[in-house]
Write a protein that binds this ligand. Sequence first.
Ligand code: ADP
Ligand code: MG
Length: 483
Amino acid sequence: MTDKYEPVIGLEIHIQLSTDSKAYSSDPASYGAPPNTHVSPITLGHPGTLPFVNKKVLEFAIKLGLACGCDLRRENQYARKNYFYADLPKGYQITQDTTPICTGGEISFKTKDGADHKVRLTRIHMEEDAGKSIHDQDPFNTLIDLNRAGVALLEMVSEPDIRSSEEANLFVTEVRKLVRYLEICDGNMEEGSLRCDANISVRPKGTKKFGTKVEVKNMNSIKNVQRAIEYEIKRQVEVLESGGTLYQETRNFDAVSGTTTAMRSKEAANDYRYFPEPDLGPVIITESFIEKIRSLIPALPAELFKKYTEEFGLSSYDATVLTENKDFALYFEDLTSKTKNFKSAANWMIGPVKSYLNENAAVINEFPIESSKIAEIIALIDNNKISFTAGTKQLFPELLKNPGKDINSILIELNLIQESDANSLKPYVAKAMAMYPDKVIEYRSGKKGLLGLFMGEVMKLSGGKADPKVASKLVKEALDEGI
Ligand code: ADP
Ligand code: MG
């Protein structure tokens, strides 16, 4: 039934900025302080107080705008959005209405089949958060904590370009990655630092006109954004197929049941009576300010992905894993400045390093081994000084225990250096052949597969230390020519 319809989705994402102070006052913006301790008269909107613009917020907005290829507004005006609610002490929110700081631009990501996909942005504007109403602590009253009131937000609005719940997931994942790379927001959806509202409609496949949209709120994880959209598509199709009508409304997602329920209809929507904020003059953004911020933008995931696939010759899977997290990518950047074996470097990151992080629930900044030491191990293996197994199964675990220890002394202590001198390996080869004289004859009469048997014996006799390349050459020579 659903395949007769095409979903149309646009997302609105609130990005809580990790500035030290709030958007229009010097109150601390940090999370977790005792309730109502970050509240100056400005935050409370007491008469006679004046808000002022936090320059960091402009910087963060411009950073995100540049990263998304938006047009940046040079003259920024603020607007008052009026509504009455207990956790909004001023009775209005300072936001931007008709003059958002960023317009246009796009978010690009790779779909599951590796194709590049772009979603256009409508706008990104600056605003402030409301306080928090707490309903579950006091059995009789709703408690209000105003610490969050006035904390800086960016709101990003996408065009209705998204066509499936998976694409919505990829879009939010990309935005989260981007704000983390830019270090403007911690991207934590569970704590509410990144909040996503989804606008969803369906239309019969092949038609152009958009259907009636429904806005769904209250998803606290990317997975739940996807679930909410999936549920909503199914519900809307069912309503239409049974001859019903859809109304423009706001719905609430319930993560436990995986369903959405009506919250308010468009008719009951607030009239916000926007007007230009009289307490804040327009802020002019100069070219030199923009250029200064441009120079602060780090290498972004898309750029690194391109470098890893095109310059380093890595697979898109490798490049995706390496760029998922900024600090992880930075470690890899560091590592690849010390070794030119990019594939090995990637394998070490995605294999042993990532396993260590997973097993210890650690982040890369807590990883104890310096990148120069991983580069050293890679070189030891490449130069046949130690075997791959000795590197991963012995040297690496020993370094994890003693990250400061000198690699050479570990090699000696654990006796890891490979035997690659032909003269010292020859006796093992001779011994292996003497053990199986009949197999030597079988080999010489054409059963070439027996080479493995002799190699195995040589490795065993050498205590696993024979350099397999040299050993295999010697074994082959001995079998082919006789010694
Ligand atoms: P509103 O005035 O209700 O806020 P907007 O036109 O500002 O609506 O759009 C808000 C969000 O809804 C944007 O992300 C936009 O892409 C999306 N949107 C608009 N129309 C539709 C639609 N018919 N179906 C799905 N999403 C839509
Ligand atoms: Mg709107």
